[in-house]
Design a protein around this ligand. Sequence first.
Ligand SMILES: Cc1ncc(COP(=O)(O)O)c(C=O)c1O
Length: 387
Amino acid sequence: MSKTDKLGFNTKAVHVGNKADKETGAVIPPIYATSTYKQESVSKNKGYDYSRANNPTRRMHEQNIASLEGGAHGIAFSSGMAATTALFQTFDAGDHFIVSRNTYGGTYRVLEKVFKRHGFEIDFVDTKELEKVEQSIKSNTKMVFIETPTNPLLEITDVRSLSEICKSKDILFGVDNTFMSPYGQRPLELGADIVMHSSTKFIGGHSDLLGGVLITNKNELAENLHFIQKSGGAIPSAFDCWLLLRSTKTLSLRVQRQCDTAMKLAQWLAEQNLDRVIYPGLASFPQHDLASKQQLTPDGKPIFGSIISIDLGTIQARNNFLAKLNIFLLAESLGGVESLISNPFNMTHRDLPEEKKFDLSITEGLIRLSVGIEDFSDLKNDLMNAL
Ligand SMILES: Cc1ncc(COP(=O)(O)O)c(C=O)c1O
């Protein structure tokens, strides 16, 4: 156990990776905006030779985010999709994968349209039904990769139980933890082997950058991922890594407030005359008990996320509603300080075949709200006016 393992979440967020500058004493480390490094002699350098392979600002961000997820290794990428792509690139043609059926549309797209072409076998399975996962395991299954809660239906998979199934079959278990952030859920503590984040979302938190990161305790896997990171080159800029270091300092404050407001909005929405209000914090949510057990803040309190999905029924009702909003912005993405709203059917899940969307009940009228840090009363009034 390293010294930092004993620190609390917020102390790690502020201090791990953030070292005062040795030269000047500057409390905030500089942005190492450099592509290359002066070498002392041939094959003798200070640990850095070219920024695609390594960069001090990126290193600081990787250490910082790994400590928050409780992992030994962080490997940062230029977007969440670049991180997911790198993870799948550690496998070979002919390998089989089980992936949550209601996964982010971009994940579905890269697996279905790129990796399948490269000889990967992929089954999209309802991973909240553990027996369906077990039934889908084959002799060549190499990884189960899930999202929990899923986007946009917020379906929850029992991470601990699924990790036990994967361990018993010697299958790698990866979790896309984007929707909860390490403040709301830490899958490595529940037995997952690797965690992926779109840092674009809660980790960045200000809708001003794209990033992705993978975190693991497995040394060989981390080495392999660092190799793919430098070989493929889908790396984040030093400036974006510096912004991410700055962003995680306020992660707990932002996410807690976003989730508190989301809970109040979901309770209010549940009292309106809507076809569906989907929020894991509502007692009526079918997997509320599992969410309460699995989605915990670092000090052990249940937390339910800042995403709410509602169903407005018809295209006309949806369009009328969206046209009347003033504070919620119609935009893809989530997790930032500003509240956003989207229509998964035509936006994030555009590439999912229509029959799959209908199967999953991702309908034309389904709306996903990402609650920001604005005042509850203003957000409620905005929704009330539009409804
Ligand atoms: C759950 C989830 N995973 C992955 C991604 C992809 O991340 P990025 O947009 O940073 O590539 C997203 C983006 O919306 C997402 O919501």
